[in-house]
Design a protein around this ligand. Structure first.
Ligand SMILES: NC(=O)c1ccc[n+]([C@@H]2O[C@H](COP(=O)([O-])OP(=O)(O)OC[C@H]3O[C@@H](n4cnc5c(N)ncnc54)[C@H](O)[C@@H]3O)[C@@H](O)[C@H]2O)c1
Length: 254
């Protein structure tokens, strides 16, 4: 009988946005499952993630990278190959949340910032990762969308538009590379307790409001999200591509 297990020994994963939150938890989980981890982030606190991985006996490096800058993303992909010999997996997770306001009150500056990181950032990561993976003839990518990529939340028009774009990019890329041995999927988390949402969760009134449409009545922890990313990156998901997985405690179920 074949035993099913997540084992990434000898594989390299590139993760963006792993200084904190979902990216950090996923980086630690990949390392615990044997992967060598390359982190690209604008926040130097990603060094802490690297330090914790190395302290646990894993392999990790950090390269300061702004995902909205094509040359920096290209250099990040090149670093994976130089450092680990291959780029087997990528988790395009870096993202920003704009201030909450009705659409007419959203600023053009916030719109441009969100689009450049949450959409152009994912496009550039896909572009450079796929060029490398296509040469190798294999690879697997997971993008972080959101439940906001599947439906609208009030006061979040730029974020909703950006995450819908991540869903579109995921599907389009999966079709382009379906016969090239490369799988591309997205996760759509509901509310997760990270620095992005701490402000809401620490304010009792706001917390009540944001959990009101959450059937499980709690925020997920970053570790709760990491398992799905690892599963999608693993050989257990070998025919899953072009899919978007809600991981939201039934929020999109009603
Ligand atoms: N927290 C939630 O409830 C939730 C829900 C759905 C989706 N998401 C998405 O999950 C992803 C991770 O967010 P999180 O909740 O862990 O928040 P977070 O703020 O802890 O993590 C975001 C990470 O992205 C990095 N980052 C920001 N701009 C960057 C840039 N230009 N280049 C490189 N790195 C950059 C940050 O430094 C940080 O490490 C985001 O894409 C977010 O939209 C979060």
């Amino acid at each position: 009988m074949k035993r099913l297990k997540l084992d990434f020994d000898g594989r390299a994963v590139l993760i963006t946005g792993a200084a904190t939150g979902i990216g950090r938890a996923t980086a630690l989980a990949f390392a615990a499952a044997g992967a060598a981890v390359l982190i690209g982030d604008v926040d130097a606190r990603a060094e802490h993630t690297v330090r914790d991985i190395i302290a646990g006996g894993g392999k990790a490096v950090f390269q300061k990278t702004d995902v909205s800058d094509s040359a920096q993303v290209e250099a990040l992909v090149a670093r994976a190959v130089a450092e680990f010999g291959s780029l087997d997996m990528a988790f395009n997770n870096a993202g920003l949340l704009p201030p909450t306001a009705p659409l007419a009150e959203q600023t053009e500056a916030d719109w441009a910032r969100i689009m450049s990181v949450d959409v152009t950032g994912v496009f550039l990561c896909l572009k450079h990762e796929l060029a490398q993976m296509n040469k190798a003839g294999r690879g697997v990518i997971v993008n972080t969308a959101s439940v906001a990529g599947l439906r609208a939340d009030p006061g979040m028009a730029p974020y909703v538009a950006a995450k819908h774009a991540v869903v579109g990019l995921t599907k389009a890329a999966a079709i382009d590379y379906a016969t090239a041995g490369i799988r591309i999927n997205a996760i759509a988390p509901g509310l997760v307790r990270t620095p992005m949402t701490e402000r809401w969760l620490n304010d009792p009134e706001m917390r009540e409001k944001v959990l009101a449409d959450s059937p499980i009545r709690r925020a997920a922890e970053p570790d709760d999200i990491a398992g799905l990313v690892l599963f999608l990156a693993s050989d257990l998901a070998s025919v899953i591509t072009g899919a978007v997985y809600p991981i939201d405690g039934a929020r999109t179920a009603h």
